[in-house]
Structure formats: structure tokens, C-alpha cells
Design a protein around this ligand. Structure first.
Ligand SMILES: Nc1ncnc2c1ncn2[C@@H]1O[C@H](COP(=O)(O)OP(=O)(O)OP(=O)(O)O)[C@@H](O)[C@H]1O
Ligand SMILES: [Mg+2]
Length: 302
């Protein structure tokens, strides 16, 4: 998908003597990446409808020791949709993503301030068990990280430790349903007991998504889930993300403008630890309000 970016006249618009051609500097963000054949519904993606707020972050700051990495970020993440976090390297995208399932708790010296609510509840409250929270808010990383176990056991692991099933038959059903939902079942049905690590990179990433799905999450966080994948595997994951958004709240970090445009309905642009701008993806990509957003999406930095 291509978005034409129109640069707003910066104080030199029509009437100031500048030729009209210069007042709307047209830049095209192109995808040097796979183009997906999209369903009409998927094409509605950029800026399409979103559900009610699932996660609300208010004045969230994160410190690593003395160093502040995130400054007063407030963002509403809607349900049943994909929110893309974009911005130059080191701007705090992964740090912010990790605040949503308390993964920063696991980093020595990291401190999170501010408030994050999921369905209105403070996720940092004492009463919240971070292990249970991470089942509700699953995470998929850049590098697929299947456990050194069979495909079946990778998916069954979460339901087993959370006691979600009571019989082998029930577990079989959960494993199959999760693999189907992750778009992997047909490729692995005949080798469920071979090693998960023996799959291709793209299959491993879908296995990891199946593993996250198996514990009935409400939110799936993805940190550059396609950056280690080839274009075909990337296209499959993007198609999958588009299907998954019907049921889940998805937040994806990506360095690919084209990917953000293809898969997300909302986009949030971060710069130097601050959330600069957020809005409907189409709006952010065609009519950004902040100069820094424009510079980033048109490739002037980052
Ligand atoms: N575990 C950590 N310990 C100390 N500093 C960290 C840690 N993780 C991140 N930082 C710092 O916090 C800032 C934000 O990092 P973060 O990884 O969130 O950025 P990012 O936007 O995800 O970057 P990239 O696009 O390169 O993945 C950076 O300055 C980084 O060096
Ligand atoms: Mg990162």
C-alpha cells in the first residue's frame, strides 16, 4: 500500500509568492517490501474502525537507573484493532511496549512511573500477578523464540502451567485451535511431535503466536515480529495480524512504514522518549501534525 504524504506549507504557502508546486511537497512513502493481496476488509485497515479503549496509559515514564528512557507517555490503545508504534531507533518503542505487560519489571534497575489501566484496572496494582497478566497480555519478539520442545508442547505449555485444560483431549483441541488460528495447522498437523526449532523462521514466528494465543490472551504485543523474516513469511504474518485483530487488541512495533500502513488502524509516533503524535494510521501517514512525524515518515531521519 502506498500513502501519499503531503507536506503542509511551512509558512510559505500560496500567497507568499512561492510557486504552487512548492507549497505541497509531495513525497511518496513506498514499500520496498512485499505487497499483500488484501481482502477489501483488510484494505479498510488503515484508519478503519477500532474497538473501545483496552489499555490506557497515563503519564508513563520509564527509567533505567538514572537514565530516563520514556517521558510522560499517555496513550489509549483500542481493542479489536492494531496499533503501530513507530519512531527512530532508541526512541522508547520497546520500552513502552514492555510497560503494557510489566516486562520492565524483569529488567534490573528499571523503574516505571505513571498509570496503566487495562479495562479500567491498574495493571501495576499489588493485587495483579505479573505472570497472569502476561498470559492476558502476550508478547511476540523480533526473533522467534520457540522452546526447545515439540511443536505440540510449545503450544500446550501455557495452558498446562495455567491449568486451563483438564484432559488430554481438551489439550489436543486447544493446541489444534491455537495452531489453526495462527495459520500454521495445515503445515504442521502431521509433525506435531517434532521440534519447534526445526521449523522455518516464519513458521517459528507463527508457532510463537500460537503459543501466545493458547492461553486466551486479550492483548498481543509484537516487537518487530517480521524483522527477521523474508518477504513471503512477512506477508503471512501480516495477513495473520489482520485476522487476529478481530478478536484481540494488538500492538506492534515496526521500523517499516509500509508495514505500519498495511496492518494498523492507529499509529503512535515516538521520538526521543516522547510520544509525539498519535491518530488514525491514514491520518498520520497523510496529514501528520508534527514536523518530526513528517520528517520520520518521509525518511528524513531514523
Ligand atoms: N535494559 C536496558 N537497560 C538500560 N537502558 C536501556 C535498556 N533497554 C533500553 N534502554 C535504553 O532506553 C532507550 C529506549 O530504548 P528502546 O529499546 O525502548 O528503544 P526502541 O525504540 O525500541 O529502539 P529500537 O528501534 O532500536 O528497538 C534507549 O536509549 C536504550 O538505550
Ligand atoms: Mg525496540
Amino acid at each position: 500500500m502506498k500513502f501519499r504524504i503531503f507536506r503542509a506549507p511551512d509558512g510559505q504557502g500560496e500567497g507568499s509568492g512561492t510557486p504552487p508546486v512548492k507549497t505541497r511537497d509531495e513525497v511518496v512513502v513506498t514499500a520496498n517490501e512485499p505487497t499483500l493481496s488484501r481482502t477489501p476488509q483488510a484494505t479498510a485497515g488503515a484508519g478503519g474502525p477500532v474497538g473501545p479503549t483496552k489499555i490506557a496509559a497515563r503519564d508513563v515514564s520509564v527509567f533505567y537507573g538514572d537514565k530516563q528512557a520514556l517521558y510522560d507517555v499517555s496513550l489509549d490503545v483500542p481493542d479489536k484493532s492494531v496499533t503501530a508504534l513507530i519512531g527512530p531507533s532508541g526512541c522508547g518503542k520497546s520500552t513502552f511496549l514492555r510497560t503494557m505487560n510489566r516486562m520492565n519489571d524483569t529488567i534490573d534497575g528499571a523503574k516505571v512511573t505513571g498509570r496503566i489501566e487495562m479495562d479500567g484496572d491498574d495493571i501495576n496494582a499489588r493485587s495483579i500477578d505479573p505472570v497472569l497478566l502476561r498470559a492476558r497480555v502476550g508478547m511476540v519478539f523480533q526473533k522467534p523464540n520457540p522452546f526447545p520442545k515439540s511443536i505440540y508442547e510449545n503450544v500446550a505449555y501455557g495452558p498446562k502451567i495455567h491449568g486451563l485444560t483438564t484432559s488430554k483431549a481438551e489439550m489436543d483441541q486447544v493446541v489444534e485451535a491455537s495452531l489453526r488460528r495462527a495459520g500454521l495447522w495445515d503445515e504442521v498437523a502431521d509433525r506435531l511431535h517434532s521440534a519447534g526449532t526445526g521449523l522455518s523462521g516464519g513458521q517459528q514466528q507463527r508457532l510463537v503466536i500460537a503459543r501466545a494465543i493458547a492461553v486466551n490472551p486479550e492483548v498481543i504485543l509484537m516487537d518487530e515480529p517480521c524483522s527477521a523474516l523474508d518477504p513471503i513469511a512477512t506477508a503471512k504474518i501480516e495477513e495473520l495480524i489482520d485476522e487476529l485483530r478481530e478478536r484481540y487488541c494488538i500492538v506492534i512495533v515496526t521500523h517499516s512504514m509500509a508495514q505500519a500502513a498495511r496492518v494498523s488502524q492507529r499509529t503512535a509516533f515516538f521520538h526521543m522518549g516522547r510520544l509525539v503524535e498519535t491518530g488514525g494510521t491514514e491520518e498520520i501517514f497523510t496529514n501528520p501534525k508534527d514536523r518530526r512525524t513528517l520528517d520520520y515518515i518521509t525518511g528524513r531521519f531514523g
